[in-house]
Unconditional design. Structure first.
Length: 188
């Protein structure tokens, strides 16, 4: 007789259905990848995932129609909380050992042109207005934060919850607020 432990059916579904289905959508996906739910993907984003990456909850990945090869790169040991969203039209790079809290949003574009006439016509943002995002190694991003286009967050930094990052954050910094500003420098 086959015995099933509590929680085991979900692990079986993840291992034999959800994970292989999502892996087939990725350009590369490292070992020990874990997900709770199949990510919601809209568009043609090229997805690269390192080793030991964990998706805790539903993740959203979307790309627009401006550039040919929008790319999302997640390094090794990255963890994403519930309802993290990526809007990728050029490139978003999340380096090793990064933790992104629930309900965070990262966008390398505004979703529309800055020009009012272009917005009225429903045009996509022009390529020069789409700027890559880079999140350095060992960064922690708190619950509900937003990272806007063209931002680099330096390694070993902490972004406090519900922050809106509109300018670069140097390495070893603690930043928070709307817009986020540097509150202190880490020495560890």
């Amino acid at each position: 007789m086959l015995s099933v432990k509590v929680g085991q059916p979900s692990r079986v579904i993840n291992r034999f259905y959800r994970s292989p289905l999502f892996r087939s959508r990725c350009i590369s996906c490292g070992k020990n990848f874990y997900l709770d739910a199949i990510p919601h993907i809209v568009g043609h984003t090229r997805i690269y995932i390192g080793d030991d990456v964990k998706f805790f909850g539903t993740i959203g990945i979307m790309s627009g129609r401006t550039l040919d090869n929008p790319t999302l790169i997640l390094g090794n040991r990255v963890s994403l909380g519930e309802r993290v969203g990526f809007s990728v039209n050029r490139q978003i790079t999340v380096e090793d050992d990064v933790s992104i809290g629930p309900f965070c949003f990262l966008a390398d574009n505004d979703g529309h042109p800055r020009d009012p006439e272009g917005r009225l016509k429903g045009l996509p943002p022009p390529p020069e207005e789409i700027l890559s995002i880079r999140i350095g190694r060992n960064v922690k991003i708190g619950y509900g934060s937003t990272i806007t286009k063209g931002i680099t967050i330096g390694e070993h930094s902490i972004i406090q919850l519900k922050s809106v990052v509109t300018s670069d954050i140097p390495p070893y910094s603690i930043a928070g607020g709307n817009p986020a500003r540097i509150l202190s420098r880490r020495t560890d």
